[in-house]
Write a protein of this length. Structure first.
Length: 190
């Protein structure tokens, strides 16, 4: 027997995701594709991208586009690299594209990656992940390491290390190790 649509359940699901939900989440709340079409026509929901919707009664949020990317990843990804530094407010980095790390098993998938999203593949441990507002991100230390390995502008990486140490986000020892790694990277590329 098919569950009848439960607007309250759908609302609760969307509430923790900046007002957004996926088609599979809607189906779990009893909504068929036809139900969603009816709500789209009535203006109660908006289609953000394929399979991702937003309740219109929710106010726009600052990181709304990031939530949509995270839902696209089936909530498996975490924002990383420069995007993580930006979300942690470390350095003056302003990423031109959104960086997300997804599990290595995704290498075998044929994906239609949304415009503006750069995927990286790694199996992140729970210790490498944290949350900034409503989205998962790599920890500050992991983000700095990712930026070192990706050869992000050294002055931004150095600034991120300094700010992370000052705020107590990373230990002094970790900061020293990252600074040494940055110096070695610069000397080997010279």
């Amino acid at each position: 027997m098919r569950a009848s649509p439960a607007w309250d359940r759908l609302y609760q699901t969307a509430e923790s995701q900046a007002g957004m939900f996926t088609l599979s989440q809607a189906k779990a709340c009893g909504y068929s594709a036809q139900h969603l079409q009816k709500h789209l026509r009535a203006g109660r929901i908006l289609r953000i991208q394929r399979g991702i919707y937003r309740l219109t009664q929710f106010p726009a949020s600052e990181h709304e586009e990031l939530v949509a990317f995270w839902l696209w990843s089936n909530r498996a990804g975490a924002f990383s690299h420069e995007t993580s530094l930006f979300l942690h407010d470390l350095s003056d980095v302003l990423p031109a594209k959104v960086h997300m790390t997804v599990p290595t098993a995704w290498l075998a998938r044929r994906l239609r990656v949304p415009a503006g999203l750069i995927l990286h593949h790694a199996d992140l441990s729970a210790a490498d992940r944290t949350w900034v507002e409503v989205v998962p991100v790599t920890t500050a230390q992991r983000a700095i390491t990712e930026c070192l390995l990706a050869h992000v502008a050294p002055e931004l990486t150095e600034q991120a290390i300094r700010q992370a140490k000052q705020r107590g986000v990373i230990s002094r020892e970790a900061g020293r190790n990252l600074s040494n790694q940055l110096r070695r990277s610069l000397s080997s590329s010279a």
